[in-house]
Design a protein around this ligand. Structure first.
Ligand code: BT5
Length: 327
């Protein structure tokens, strides 16, 4: 993807590892005046980057803004499609709602909607998703995979595998685990929820909206009372504040990788990884569906993403959509 000159300049500073870069050097490299370079730096300052002028040596990047920055994200991504188009917002009701509008406008595969704050973040079945300002990753990825509508739920499992991989690659102090179908837990508490919505016409998927909410830099007191015993953040578990942009980039890298693998080669690898990372398989669980409550040992997920539970009488039941309690 073509970067703007401002993005290119930022790229140079981010790669300079705190070393100053001379204004003249940049002017020569980009074949513009020093004033033009200075204007780009001013514009970056307005976005929250801090530069120090060092006499005779140039400019040094001192600090990057503590927000999910589009410019910086593009520098970090290794993807071809996912996150290459970003719609960034300070505040929205829900990134899912914005994504629905964008799908109608025909945005390309891999378009990302990301917000600092959601005023009406959504979980499954109209539940609320607490999305405090500037502390988490609240994003929806719009993808247009060549799969049949009935395969859409498997993308929730693909996404969970990708997020776990991104966390494993980024953090050393904790082990994320997947709780079927869409939660990522650390030490039994939820760090991440995934909400997959589908827009389909007849037998064709027009778009999947993959909503990912990750608690990143919250302290325990940032969560409302109702979430105190069930929610945690990456920072709490890792023991330090972490860079949200880097985590977004890692999640998108792994998601494109595993998403493409899934579309090309099917479910077996995803299933294997999912079961490996799962805290559900092998546990005694209570699954509450819209119609019934099923209790027993969770033994596997099937190729269509159904959770199989062996009940006390030996009968195996498949659960398509449910809330799971691990007993
Ligand atoms: C989910 O639903 O876990 C899916 C959450 C998806 C959120 C993302 S953020 C970006 C995108 N835009 C949106 O509007 N949504 C998506 P579910 O399995 O139904 O879990 C919801 C339940 O999790 C709630 O009823 C609470 O009990 C709990 N919960 C709410 N906010 C939480 C948080 N920040 N951390 C942990 N648990 C939370």
């Amino acid at each position: 993807m073509q970067r703007s000159m401002k993005d290119e300049i930022l790229h140079r500073f981010l790669n300079a590892q705190g070393e100053p870069i001379s204004g003249q050097q940049l002017a020569d490299d980009f074949q513009v005046s020093r004033t033009a370079i200075w204007k780009h730096l001013q514009s970056l300052q307005q976005e929250g980057y801090t530069f120090e002028t060092i006499k005779k040596r140039g400019y040094k990047l001192l600090a990057v803004p503590d927000r999910v920055d589009f410019g910086q994200l593009k520098q970090l991504l290794t993807t071809k499609r996912y996150g290459q188009q970003v719609h960034y917002f300070e505040r929205v009701e829900s990134t899912q709602l914005v994504a629905h509008d964008l799908v109608r406008q025909g945005v390309p595969d891999g378009t990302l909607v990301i917000a600092e704050h959601q005023t009406a973040g959504r979980g499954r079945m109209q539940r609320e998703w607490e999305s405090s300002e500037g502390k988490g990753i609240w994003m929806t990825l719009i993808i247009r995979p060549e799969i049949a509508p009935h395969q859409a739920p498997q993308f929730t499992l693909v996404t969970a595998v990708a997020v776990v991989n991104a966390m494993k690659a980024s953090f050393q102090n904790f082990t994320p685990q997947i709780k079927w179908p869409n939660d990522i837990l650390v030490n039994g508490k939820k760090t991440t929820g995934i909400l997959t919505e589908m827009i389909a016409e007849e037998n064709r998927i027009q778009a999947l909206l993959i909503g990912i909410g990750i608690n990143v830099n919250q302290e325990q007191t940032d969560f409302p009372d109702a979430l105190q015993t069930i929610a945690t953040s990456v920072a709490i578990e890792e023991g330090q504040q972490v860079d949200r942009v880097q985590l977004v980039a890692k999640v998108l890298d792994f998601l494109e990788h595993y998403g493409d693998h899934y579309v090309k080669h099917g479910f077996p690898l995803i299933k294997k990884l999912w079961e490996e990372y799962s805290c559900t398989i092998g546990s005694q669980v209570r699954a509450t569906t819209l119609r019934e409550v099923v209790e027993g040992e969770a033994i596997a997920i099937t190729d269509s993403g159904v959770l199989e539970i062996r009940q006390a009488n030996g009968e195996i039941k498949g659960v398509y959509s449910a809330d799971i309690e691990i007993l």
